[in-house]
Structure formats: C-alpha cells, structure tokens
Write a new protein. Sequence first.
Length: 723
Amino acid sequence: MRNRRLLLQPLALLALALAVWLAVALGLVALALDEPERAQFIQLLGSRAALLVLAWALGGVATMAALLRWWVPRVSALPELAEQTRALVQASEPLQLKPHADAGRRPLIDAINQLAAQRDGLRGDVAAQVAQASASVRQERNRLAALMAELNQSVVVCNRDGRILLYNNRARMQFRALSYAPQLAGGAELIGIGRSIYAVFDQKLVEHALETVQQRLARGAQHPSAQFVTSTRGGQLLRVQMAPVTDAAPEAVAGAPELSGFLLMLDNITRSFEEQTVRDRLLYGLIEKSRASLASTQAAVEMLGYDDLEPAMHERFLAVLRDEAVTMKTHIDEVAHKSARNLHTRWPLEDIRGVEFVDVAAKQIEARCRLPVTVEAADAALWLRLDSFSMLQALTYLGERLVGEFEVRTLQLRLAPQGARAQLDLVWIGHAMSTETVMSWELDPMRIGGEASPMSVREVLDRHDAEMWFERDRVRHQAFFRFLLPLAGAQDELDMDMLQAVESRPEFFDFDLFGLAAGAGELDERPLAELTYTVFDTETTGLSPSGGDEIIQIGAARVVNGRLLRQEAFEQLVDPGRDIPAAGIPIHGITPDMVAGQPRIEEVLPAFHQYAQETVLVAHNAAFDMKFLQLLEQRTGLAFQQPVLDTLLLSAVVHPNQESHRLEAIAERFGVTVLGRHTALGDALVTAEVLIKLIPLLKDMGILTLGQARAAAQKTYYARLKY
C-alpha cells in the first residue's frame, strides 16, 4: 500500500501530461484550419467539451488502473525484494524468502533462495573447518568457564578500565547479597559483562591497589598481588585480593609485561570479623575484670607479710584472698565456657537447601533402618547451615535406636522455619520415653550399623550451636525429637536459581572486552558494534501514558560486544496502584492477582535505573516506553538521560520499502524466533535479537556510529510518533 501511494503522484502527473498533450493537439488542429473552419471547429468542441472531458477522465482512469494492476507491482517489488535479500544476506542462520503469489516474482525468489542455500552450505563447510581449527582454543575456554563456575570463591576479571569481562556463579551470588534490592534485580544492577566494577568498589581504592601491583610487576615479582578490605553500602566487609592479567605476547616479554586487566578474588569476612570481635571483647573483658582482683590480691599478700599484723586483720586479708580467688575463677570459668562454645560453633559449616537435606536424610534412614520414612512438604526457600555429614549421622543413630529398642515401624521428617532458626522433627508413632533415656541417647557415643563413632549427639548439637529435646503430641498420638538448627546467614544466602540444574552452562565471560577501551570518545562518536545496550520493554495498564495508565511489568536484557546476555536479564512485575482493564489482560496476560503484593514502581525503577547505567537504551517504538519513564521523573527523582535507539525507526531506515515494521514482521524478515510475545522480557529479548541483526545492515549503508544512527532514525516517517 505504501508503494502504491508513493506512485499515485507520478501517475497523476502522467494523466495531466496526457490532458496537456490533447489540448496541444487540438490547438494545432485548430491552427491548421482557416477562419470559418476554425470557428466551426471551436463551436463543435465547445458544445461537446463535457463529453471530451468525461472521455479523457475515463481513459485516464483506465490507464492508471492498468498501470497499477500490471506495472506498479513489478516496479515496487524490486526495492522490497532487494531489502529482503539484504536481510537474508546478513542472516547468521539459514533463512529463505517466502514464496509470493505473484507468478512474475517466483522465478527470481526461487533463484535467490537457491543462492542462499548454496551460501548456507558453503558457510556450513567453512564453519566446520573453523570449528575444527579452533577446537583446542574453545576447549580451553570451556574448561576455564567450567572451572570458574565451580569455584567456591568469588572471582571477577576486569579489563584495564574496570569493565567486567568474566565472573563466576559465586561472584554473582555475592553481588546479589550486596544489592540494595536483591529480590528485584538479583544483583544484576551491580555485576554483568561490560559493567564497571566501580559500581561496587571505590575507584580510588582499586586504582591504588592496581598501582601497587604494577610497581611489583615492574620490579620483576613472579606473583605480584595486592590485598585490601573494604565495606559495602550494605555494611558488609569484603576482603579483596588483586592479581594482574598481563599481555603474554612475545613482543611484551622483553620489558615489563603489559597490564591488560586484573583479577579480583572476594571473600565476605563479615562473619569472621564479628567472631574475632567477640573473642577480642571476651579477652579484653577477662583482663579488665581480673585487673581489680589481682590488685586486691597483691595488696592482701603484701599486708600478710607484716610480722606485727593483728590476728583479726590477718583473717580479714585471708578472706579477701579467698573472695578474689573465687571471683577470678568465676571470670575464667565464664571465659572458658564461652571459648569452648565458640570452638564448637566454629566448626566449618556449609549452606545446604533444607529440602535437599531432608530428602537425603530420609533415604539414608530408610537404607539403614529398613523401614519407610515419609517427608512432610518443606519450604523450598529454607536454607540451613550445617555439617551435613555429622547431622545425618545423628538422625540415623536416633532412627536405629528407635527401631531397635522401641520397634518403631515408620518414621517421618518435617522441616519448618521457627523464628531465626529451623525446626526439624524426627517423628514416630508409638512409645514415649523418659528424660533419662533421652539424655543417655544424647550423651552416649553414636553407633551406626555396628560401627562406633567418636562423637555423641550432644557434640553434634554443640558443633552447630543447636538444641534438641523430646516432645509428645497426644492429639495425633505422635512422639518426636525436635532439633533447632541454624539458618544460613543473610550474607551467605545463595541464589537458588544459580544452583538448580539448568539446560546449559550460563556464559559469564567475554574475553574480547580486553581490547575495548571505555574512554574511546563521546558515545555519539562510538561505533555501534562497540556499545553496550540495555534493551527493554514495558507492559502497561493501557496506551495512554498521560491519561493515568501505569507500568505493570518491566523486562530488559543487555547486549554487549554484539552478544545477547540472556543470563543477565531484568524482569519484575509492578503493582500499578490501580485497576488493570479487562480488555488488556488477554494481550499481556497479567491479572490483578499477579501484581497484588508486588513492589510499586517507586521501588522497582531505582533498581532498573542502576541496571541501565552507562548503556544505550533500546526499545521497539521507544517513544511509548520512554514517555512512561519521563512521567515518572517527578515521582521518583530518576531521569534516564542516556541515548535512546528505536528498532522501529532503525528498521524503517534499512528497509524503507517494507509494508510493516511491527516487531513480529521484522523478526520474521530476520528469521528471529518470537517467544513470550507481549511479555516485557519476551519482547525485550526479541528486540535485542533484531538490534543485533540491524547493526550490520546499518554499517552497509554507511551508518557506523551512534550519532549517525540517531540522525538517520529521526528522518524517517515514524519519528513523528508522539505519546
């Protein structure tokens, strides 16, 4: 339709030219006649002028219809087909042009598809050769990624400018614990490929450590490193060890190795620092409390040394010595008790998901005791801090004694939160037991399967700073041992999504960023391929930002170095504080129940603002989404001032002859699979894939930089859209 509208104007000019030609022809005929004939001719034309005009109009319409029917489709098909062919050429995956109803286009489309198939075959052969040649390099990278993913220590690798180019699972979990809003962004606003490490650490502190490493490197140190301790915004203490990443190129060996980046190893020492502080206070308290007693004891001893001391005074000073000895013993016993308890609780404990521990315990007790063990449904979000081996031994030991001495025929395990602890019950139906029996089982050395253990249940409990007792539920006719176990601390909470099985190992590295410099110039002068993008989308209650509609979901993903980082996505439902119109629910699928209890936009937007920092914003029909963000500036105090690209406008730049620039139509042209349409994250991911396809096409048109892309987009017809 758009091509036909553009061609109507020249066709109208052609009809006008025919009218002028007819008028000129009639004028020439009139000039060739003598005066009487000319007058008669003009009179004849005048009386039939309406008929002539009607005949001309009908002839013009018939001519235009014929041209529109046969000529215009053939002429307009060429630019449209050329744009589709360019998209096919840039496709990284096999892609074919769709068959067309016009029989005239079919041979050309078939020929293009045949060439594309040959190209794809040759490309597959080349890819196979390249893959074979680079197999060893890829294997080394995968080994490094696998090793980094399984490390228990947080590791982050940065380039010289502090841009993150590699991190492991533990680092992602660590940064989530450091986040102000871990339930919203999951730490993604702090860590990510291409993000700056200075979002977490003070830049001057890191640069000072880096300067120390460089000095040691220049002096020829074999393993130069630096270490510092810093506090985070959340009040936690991190010990950071820095090691250099050097350029190992042969030309760099002659002098000092060139520093191309640095590696950071992070340890959260908040808990150990607190424990050390407690020990220091304990020792200081012992010293302070003992000083007065020692002074009194010393004075009493000196007085007892006098020969002329009266018997009453002698007895008095002896009483002082006895009292001070008792006082000092009390203080020392108190310190000894606390120290012993601290030694028990300092046994290395690990975080384990409560559901997993209970399942393992049930299977082990079943195997040892040869009886069924049921598990009551537990909270999947509950994490315990245990020495799982010794705790499993204690449960198995108690289960064996119940079966052997009380002939219990079935056992049950149930786990639930209880304040700041977790409550684990070993339940059976049958005999109750006396306090003396419980105490003897608790204090006796454990024997499991006939093998003796050096520990008792009490020692296992002391190791965990836990408690256990016996209870009886007379209503249910049940008896149970109840354990109060420690929960994983806030600074040690793990991201369950990171530890659960996934289909493939997430990619948390991009070594190509070693070669990119952050200070290469203003953003408008930077090449499009080198920029970092936050591609986002919003779902809203309606289509009127200024009319009171609100955001109900934000989804976003990053594109770094031409790669879509799906593992660093941002997705959050938002409570709009108003009704969601029923007409929109079938489109976006978000119901009032889904947003009930979700955070308001005033909580979500700061996390998204930090997530999008130092990136170029990208959206499809960005004017709509940006209008919502702009209207929120006054309420939240947050302004998104970075540059914005619109894939709708960029599509119109590279494909001006296409009839549709809807997201689905563009995705179909590029062979991009559309999943999760009309969800914020789903649309953001599709838009990101489209952006990656558009950048090479823009380059072919000579549009290389961000500034050139923005200028070209503003010249399109769709740039006039306002909300």
